[in-house]
Design a protein around this ligand. Structure first.
Ligand SMILES: [Zn+2]
Length: 251
């Protein structure tokens, strides 16, 4: 593509209606990572990674190995669908909820906001109201990823499970539903606090078609707006799956 300044100005103008198209335009004009910063916000998967208490450990075993005289290396994987950075489909908590193959693409891809919420307990409605008032959440935000003390404590990197992580309180879940947010993400293994008497956060979110991403690694990501791409697997009938998640931003 020609980089003539007038052409560039023109392209910016016609792409104004769609910021997403502007990203594509930059990508094709200037070439890949020169103009885009890419954050990989998924954790690495390996046998010692933290898993939800009671879930099987992640395993990868070679079933064909070049060192054994085979033509190629081929592995078989074994893990929970809620291992590492992963997504929850409504079916995870609702008997007749949508399964992963039926989740709309716009819940996996689109503009999102990383919101820093620093609080001792769980994120409540009051925290989100304040973030909205302070401009840390905008009126038209459709996807919200919460960066909490879990990130400063680097919890996803410890092999052992921490019960005292920061989660989303039911009041905040109701606020999220009320604001018609499509997708919500957190920086530890669950949106719900550990083993509540009756789980409420998951049913409130998933029961109102709010897609959930858990186990994000947001340690290196400043608060702000990004283009989210969440590569959840398209598994027929699944309640969730591990996901490779990237956040893209302008440089
Ligand atoms: Zn989950």
């Amino acid at each position: 593509m020609d980089n003539d300044p007038e052409d560039v100005a023109f392209m910016k103008e016609i792409c104004h209606y769609s910021r997403m198209m502007y990203y594509v335009f930059q990508q094709s004009t200037y070439g890949g990572s020169i103009r885009l910063k890419v954050y990989d916000v998924s954790v690495q998967m390996h046998g010692d990674m933290v898993v939800w208490p009671g879930d099987p450990k992640f395993r990868r075993d070679l079933v064909s190995a070049i060192t054994n005289g085979d033509r190629s290396n081929v592995s078989i994987l074994s893990c929970s669908t809620h291992c590492g950075t992963h997504v929850d489909a409504p079916f995870h908590f609702l008997e007749d909820g949508a399964t992963l193959d039926r989740v709309a693409p716009e819940q996996l891809v689109g503009f999102c906001r990383v919101v820093e919420v620093i609080c001792d307990g769980d994120i409540t409605r009051d925290h989100l109201e304040k973030a909205l008032k302070d401009g840390d959440i905008r009126e038209d935000d459709e996807r919200l990823l919460f960066k909490t003390l879990n990130s400063s404590r680097n919890l996803m990197q410890f092999p052992e499970f921490h019960k005292d992580y920061c989660a989303i309180a039911p009041s905040a879940a109701e606020w999220i539903v009320h604001r018609k947010v499509k997708t919500v993400g957190v920086d530890y293994l669950s949106v719900e606090r550990f083993h509540p008497e009756i789980p409420r956060t998951h049913p409130i979110l998933l029961g109102n078609n709010v897609f959930v991403i858990e186990g994000l690694n947001l340690t290196q990501v400043p608060a702000g707006e990004y283009l989210l791409t969440c590569g959840a697997w398209n598994i027929l009938g699944a309640d969730g799956s591990p996901a490779r998640v990237f956040l893209l931003s302008d440089i």
